[in-house]
Every structure is written in C-alpha cells, then in structure tokens.
Design a protein around this ligand. Structure first.
Ligand code: GSH
Length: 218
C-alpha cells in the first residue's frame, strides 16, 4: 500500500499513524503540494494529499483512507462499531480536520510552507492572529473534554485521538507549545499521543527537516 504526500500534512500523517497503530505496512511516496505525479493524480483527482493506493484500488481523503484501512484490518478496531461511539469518533476526526486544522493551517502555512517550501513570504500577521485569538478557545474546548482515561472515545485509542493529535504536531512545529499550567489535560494528552511509537518518529523526522532548512519564521 502507498500513501502519496508529505508527512508534514496532518492528513497524510493521520493515515501513516493510523496504519502503524493497526500494524499495516504502508509506504510513503513523498510529494509536494499539488504534485503532478500521474499515480498520485489517479488516486487524488483534485491534487490534495493524501492519495492512497492498494493494488488497483485508489482513493483520496484521509478519512476515506482510514475507513478503508479499518475495514481491511479489523483489529485493533480504531473506528468503534457501537453507534454512539462511532459517531463520536467520526465527529472528533471531523473537528480535528476542519476546526483545528483551519487554525493550524494559518500558522503552519504562513510560517513554514510559504517561506520554506514555496520560497515566498508568509502572512505572519494572519499566523499571529490565529495563534493569539483562534487557538486559545480551541485548546479550552479540548481541555474541557479530555476524559481521565486520556482517550477521547471509549477510554481507548481510536481514530478520534489519532486525528486530534495531528494538528498539534504542526502547532508544535510553528512554536505554539501548550501551556501546561493553563491546560494541564491537553498538555498531558498531547504529550502522551506524540510519544507513541506510531507518531514520535514522524515528529522527529519533520523537526530535523525543518531545522535543516533553517527553522521557522515567526
Ligand atoms: N479533507 C482532506 C484534506 C486534504 C488537504 O487539504 N490536503 C492539503 C495538504 S494539508 C493539500 O493537499 N493542499 C493542496 C491544495 O490545497 O492545493 C483530507 O482529509 O485528506
């Protein structure tokens, strides 16, 4: 199986982590934004990463891909079967991919993607505004909802946690650490998720790649 894209994308990383947690072997074919690689384009007609291939089957969109992975390898089940738990896990996945990632994108795109990869100045005012005004209420929202078990749904690892951990990798990359005094639950939750063997190596690789390119602009 092949995933097309860059692990710096929270959507691509979500798929890589989900596959690792299911012990599925998956290769990453590293590509930049809107790559014109024909195999990638076959999998992702709109050019959005991740694209995915399993033999003659291709699909895109991280949520569709993880649904496929969960179906072909049922154990461990990372998308719960019970109706309410299933709905809740998919809700968290959606919140991570939309609300949190929209805020993250303003910071990551302007401080990293634009200056480092596209070689043009990012809109640092937009990034600062997102960090100062949009991020705090999101972290408050999460702080109020993390169960004592440290997992968002059913007191065990599910898609909800895998998805929610991803924008926080990018928040970390752009120098927006979580204040553990103000948000102790989020700090502990994200630290535990980011320490998992399925995620930690990607974070280390990405940090090293960013350092090599001179670090972020803030
Ligand atoms: N909902 C999609 C979002 C995919 C997406 O927006 N990917 C971004 C990278 S983080 C992309 O490829 N952007 C290229 C573009 O917007 O042209 C998913 O979950 O896979």
């Amino acid at each position: 199986m092949i995933v097309y894209g860059s692990s710096m994308s929270p959507f691509v990383r979500k798929v890589l982590v989900f596959a690792a947690e299911k012990n599925l072997a998956i290769d990453l074919k590293t590509l930049g934004l809107q790559a014109d690689d024909p195999e990638f384009r076959e999998a992702s007609p709109f050019g959005l990463m991740p694209g995915f291939r399993d033999g003659d089957f291709t699909i895109s969109d991280s949520s569709a891909i993880v649904a496929y992975l969960d179906a072909i390898q049922p154990e461990p089940a990372l998308i719960p079967a019970a109706p309410r738990s299933r709905a809740r896990a998919i809700w968290w996945d959606e919140i991570a991919d939309t609300v949190f990632t929209t805020c993250m994108r303003k910071m990551f795109f302007n401080r990293v993607v634009s200056p480092i990869f596209l070689k043009r100045e990012g809109n640092l005012a937009e990034a600062d505004h997102a960090e100062t005004h949009e991020l705090p209420p999101l972290i408050d929202f999460l702080e109020a909802r993390i169960p004592d078990s440290g997992f968002l749904v059913d007191d065990r690892l599910t898609l909800a946690d895998i998805a929610m951990a991803q924008p926080f990798v990018n928040f970390g990359h752009v120098g927006a650490p979580i204040d553990a005094d103000k948000h102790p639950k989020v700090a502990a939750y994200i630290a535990a998720m980011h320490a998992r063997p399925s995620i930690a190596p990607w974070i280390a690789l990405e940090r090293a790649a960013l350092e090599k390119r001179g670090g972020i602009t803030k």
